[in-house]
Write a protein that binds this ligand. Structure first.
Ligand SMILES: [Zn+2]
Length: 235
């Protein structure tokens, strides 16, 4: 597999920019798994989705993933480095397959579709209940969930699908405060695609204005040649 081309990047950005983050995730997943339908991908457990996104990210932007989070205590920037290949290599750790048993009931793992439906709830607890209800696979009367029960099911699911949420333990270099930060791969990858698309548009604008070349022709230039032209145009 190769990286995505400039015109593919622009087309992807155009298709995704007005979408909800979950749909963007599915759009990106479809880039990596083109043979699967959108509906099938919406039913993938989140850990499996994240592994495929890590693979996509590695081939489009390299395997080194640098990000940062602000310290909750002092606001200092806490930088961290992740190796996308290590993420993608955790394939054996997704909990696809057997349902998860919690307190005598069985649950499948949550998917993008479950999250999208839960996002319609205004309240965080009701959203969690909706996911737990949707994922319960054994028959029986609908449960009246307590917060403890919902939390227990959530913990069981997280243990069964550790890649569903990529959490890093960080220590603030300024004040030593320790915290756990979740890395949202969809957001992360999308912001890179957006940055690349905007850079391309600025370059297209500069060259089209200066030389009157059509977009297609400018995009067919090599990256190096295009940048040199842009440098000359900008003086
Ligand atoms: Zn701090």
């Amino acid at each position: 597999m190769t990286s995505i081309s400039d015109s593919e990047c622009l087309a992807l950005w155009e298709r995704g920019y007005s979408l909800h983050a979950l749909d963007r995730g599915l759009l990106l997943l479809g880039m990596e798994i083109p043979e699967a339908s959108y509906d099938a991908l919406a039913d993938w457990p989140l850990g499996e989705r994240n592994l495929a996104l890590a693979a996509l990210r590695s081939r489009c932007f390299g395997s080194r993933l640098q990000a940062w989070a602000a310290c909750a205590q002092c606001g200092e920037k806490m930088e961290f480095d992740l190796d996308g290949r290590l993420l993608a290599g955790r394939a054996g750790q997704t909990g696809a397959g057997a349902p998860v048993e919690v307190n005598g009931h069985f649950y499948r793992l949550p998917t993008s579709r479950d999250l999208a439906q839960a996002a319609q709830e205004g309240d965080a607890f009701q959203a969690a209940v909706r996911i737990v209800d949707a994922c319960r696979v054994d028959a029986g009367a609908p449960a009246q969930w307590t917060e403890e029960e919902v939390e227990a099911v959530g913990n069981g699911m997280a243990l069964a699908d550790p890649m569903a949420e990529i959490v890093m333990d960080l220590t603030c270099p300024a004040c030593g405060n320790q915290s756990s930060e979740a890395l949202d791969l969809v957001d992360f990858l999308w912001s890179e695609i957006e940055a690349r698309a905007r850079r391309l548009l600025r370059e297209l604008h500069a060259l089209a204005s200066a030389y009157g070349w059509p977009e297609k022709e400018i995009l067919s230039l090599s990256d190096r040649r295009r940048r040199l032209y842009v440098e000359m145009v900008r003086g």
